[in-house]
Ligand binder design. Sequence first.
Ligand SMILES: Cc1cc2nc3c(=O)[nH]c(=O)nc-3n(C[C@H](O)[C@H](O)[C@H](O)COP(=O)(O)OP(=O)(O)OC[C@H]3O[C@@H](n4cnc5c(N)ncnc54)[C@H](O)[C@@H]3O)c2cc1C
Length: 387
Amino acid sequence: MSEEDREVRERARRFVDEELIPLEVETELSGGRLSEDVREKHHRMAMDLGLWAMNMPKELGGGGFPMFRQVLVSEQIGRVTNGLGWCIHTPPAWAPEVVTKEQLERWIVPTIRGERQECYAITEEGAGSDVDAIEATVRRDGDGYVLNGRKWHVTSFSTADYVFFQGKVAEGPNAGSHAMLFVDTDTPGLRVVREPAYTHTLVDTHSELAFEDVRVPAANLIGQEGDGLGFVYAWFRYERLMIAARCCGAAERLVDEATAFAQERVQFGRPIIENQAIAHMLADSLTELWAARLMTYELAKNIDRGVDLKVQHAQCSMVKLYASEMANRVADRAVQIFGGRGYMRENVAERFWRELRVERIWEGTSEIQRNIVADQLAKRGTRTLTG
Ligand SMILES: Cc1cc2nc3c(=O)[nH]c(=O)nc-3n(C[C@H](O)[C@H](O)[C@H](O)COP(=O)(O)OP(=O)(O)OC[C@H]3O[C@@H](n4cnc5c(N)ncnc54)[C@H](O)[C@@H]3O)c2cc1C
């Protein structure tokens, strides 16, 4: 870790400790609502601290952080509950290389400046793990495209002003292939069907959306017809690594908080940490956290070293699988150590215990990560994937 890495990590840590963690309970108890003033303040601070768009190229106004440094920041974001850390936004890093100059200026650069925000509409009722089963359609019509389909779980639609829409080309030589397009949220024909309640308490919603004859110019197509799935995979790889980093941060916070509690909570005349049953839960949690952190750091450095993309793909699945399962085990133990207090919403262990559950589901479930890892193992062997 270089001096600059350390400095950036501490900058992010201070922001999380001093500004975000103190708001957790209030956010939880108000159903995830935060005043516009507070949201705006966090947004400004993330920008002033140089953490907003840390993943985007410097020449476009981003932070230009290497992957390792991004992981260090994401770990800190993971230490806070209720999605409060999401104010440190990372726009789509895969985009600058594939979008047109006009798309760059209209959507990507304003996102880096913090003036616009994106969300992804890929999942459908019949297409979750099996992304290729999507039925949304992209039909060429004159100088534009007409989009139709229903999308589920669209995270942050409530705060976004444009959507990455994924559909299948309806006609022509590329029929049946995937296409991805920019769609502004105020485009006629796009509407919210419902905003269901989820297990966690976040500011951001996960909307169900209907696209009904949504007409966009052909210039909104990203790359070529047929390129769409490649962009989704690039997004998945990045998010899987960042999920691993956030899970390490969450586990660190949980181990710290549960250890402090176990040292001060006295039952039967002595601190509960003096019971081996409690001490061993902490020891297992710390050990698993260290393993996950080493994997996460090593993969980030591999990416900075330019390791083969297929190897990256498998390693992103491995860290996401291991770190998300690890963090859930740690959260469950932390609830147990806090006892009845661990079941109260004002307790950090209770909130993480609910919130971390989704890390085993989104961006590919644990089962799908195992399928990817096993497939790559058969193709490439142990040495390539773990050497
Ligand atoms: C809070 C939240 C936010 C989300 N945000 C977004 C978003 O912003 N944009 C977006 O497009 N999507 C989003 N998603 C969708 C998410 O990516 C999917 O939920 C996830 O990929 C799983 O799909 P599914 O829910 O349809 O489950 P399914 O695919 O129906 O899977 C159900 C179960 O079957 C298992 N299973 C399926 N196939 C296999 C297999 N081949 N082998 C073994 N087991 C299998 C799964 O592991 C799972 O346990 C979000 C989901 C949630 C919960």
